[in-house]
Design a protein around this ligand. Structure first.
Ligand code: S3P
Length: 439
């Protein structure tokens, strides 16, 4: 349980933990490459550690050099270096026990694409939340590629049993705009015979595509189609991971809710497929300046984001924008409650199958804080200019719900308590040590 005392304003320079999506993917692609990769500023959060442990069980040697110190910007740098001794696309070993993806959907869905084309049997499971997240979405295309894969409850849920097979490329139109699904098929396609073509009606985060290209895979875009050729080798690499824009969003939202705030966040990832939150805030009238500095070796742009408090207007957000801000939608409810006018979010039904049902978790908690909200199957409607009052809240063991309501609590009247708040470490180690939270 964590107590949050409201504060008046937030000022200063911050760095945020390294990008979670990129950190997962660097382990996966380095493990599949032929040789030694070195990654600096790697995110040692619980989710990424699940990915590390899975690959260790698959025979990959991974050295972690953690650096758990408080950085000069008062921010814990829960980062460090990681060295991965890749075994090549065909070099993974039969795991001696069940693989455990913990709380991480990214770990389970991406690794399943790789396990499908090995020559051994593996079983992958997860925690109480992950074991109830939908896996039919990956099982269907993997089976079309020739995979033998079984899920619990008529192929719906983990644990997954995967019997490695020789796969062939397919042409597949994504029925759900999910980067985890897209990446699963791309990773399976890497060691499949022939060409894999994915049509993506709505664009989702493209870290996997950027990395594969940078590492020498034959991958190209033709409009909304991604075309990947079978590959025999991936090059090992050295790179660093920029800050996570999703983690930055909690600081950005705090600055927009607390009068006279002025912050800057350095070395944060600015991948256009992740910029939906910032783009929407700009449309709401937020005073935000984004300055691109450079791109990493894996073609990930990064730079600085400066935010200043100011009045905001409500906004309408629909299906086409959702994948670019999927993890930030709970925060948009909080911001919508303070903005002038009405905020309507639709086409976000995917939120119901995240670490928890994030639509119901937002609605339940925000109502406890005295805010009126209308729940919809695929989103919510919220009127602005409402005031938060302190309350007793539940994280539902979901990192983004815990952090979203910590932000709401900072601008509330009276103190708030959040049960299960330590779950923030899934993506943001050091979140509760931020200077915003006093003891
Ligand atoms: C992720 C993709 C998103 C996002 C998750 C991380 C990824 O999930 O919500 O936090 O790293 O690919 P979906 O692709 O299932 O929407």
């Amino acid at each position: 349980m964590r107590k949050i005392i409201p504060i008046k304003t937030i000022k200063g320079n911050f760095i945020v933990p390294s990008d979670k999506s990129i950190s997962h993917r660097v382990i996966i692609l380095a493990a599949l490459s032929n040789g030694r990769s070195l990654i600096r500023n790697f995110l040692f959060s619980n989710d990424c550690i699940s990915t590390i442990e899975c690959f260790r069980k698959l025979g990959v040697t991974i050295e972690c050099r953690r650096k758990d110190k408080v950085g000069k910007d008062n921010d814990r740098e829960n980062a460090g270096e990681i060295i991965i001794h890749g075994r090549g696309l065909k070099g993974l070993c039969k795991p001696p026990e069940i693989l455990d993806a913990g709380n991480s959907g990214t770990t389970m869905r991406l690794i399943s694409g790789i396990l499908a084309s090995t020559n051994f049997l593996s079983i992958i499971t997860g925690d109480d939340s992950l074991r109830f997240r939908p896996m039919g979405r990956i099982i269907k295309p993997l089976k079309m590629m020739g995979a033998e894969i079984y899920g619990r409850n008529e192929n719906k849920y983990p644990p997954l049993t995967i019997i490695g097979k020789k796969l062939k490329g397919i042409e597949y139109c994504l029925p759900i705009p999910s980067a985890q699904l897209k990446s699963c098929i791309l990773l399976a396609g890497l060691s499949s015979e022939g060409t894999t073509i994915i049509e993506e009606p709505v664009v989702s985060r493209d870290h996997t595509e950027r990395m594969l290209k940078a590492l020498g895979a034959s991958i190209k875009h033709e409009g909304r189609r991604i075309i990947l050729e079978e590959k025999s080798k991936l090059a090992p690499f050295e790179t660093w991971v920029p800050g996570d824009i999703s983690s930055a969003s909690y600081l950005i939202a705090s600055a927009l809710l607390l009068p006279e705030s002025k912050i800057s966040i350095r070395n944060v990832g600015l991948n256009p497929t992740r910029m939906g939150f910032v783009n929407v805030l700009k449309k709401m009238g937020a005073n935000i300046r984004v300055t691109k500095k450079d791109t990493t070796l894996l073609n990930e742009p990064y730079g600085e984001i400066e935010v200043q408090f100011g009045p905001l207007n409500g906004i309408k957000i629909g299906a086409d924008e959702i994948p670019t801000l999927i993890d930030e939608i709970p925060l948009l409810a909080i911001i919508g409650a303070k903005a002038k006018g009405r905020t309507i979010i639709s086409g976000a039904g995917e939120l119901r199958v995240k670490e928890t049902d994030r639509i119901s978790a937002v609605v339940e908690n925000i109502r406890c804080m005295g805010i009126e909200i209308e729940e919809r199957e695929d989103g919510f409607i919220i009127d602005g200019e409402q005031d938060f009052k302190g309350a007793m809240l539940e994280s539902r063991k979901d990192h983004r719900i815990a952090m979203t309501f910590a932000v709401a609590a900072l601008s509330a009247k009276g103190e708030t308590k959040i049960k299960g708040a330590s779950i923030a470490g899934i993506s943001y180690p050091g979140f509760w040590e931020l200077p915003l939270f006093q003891d």
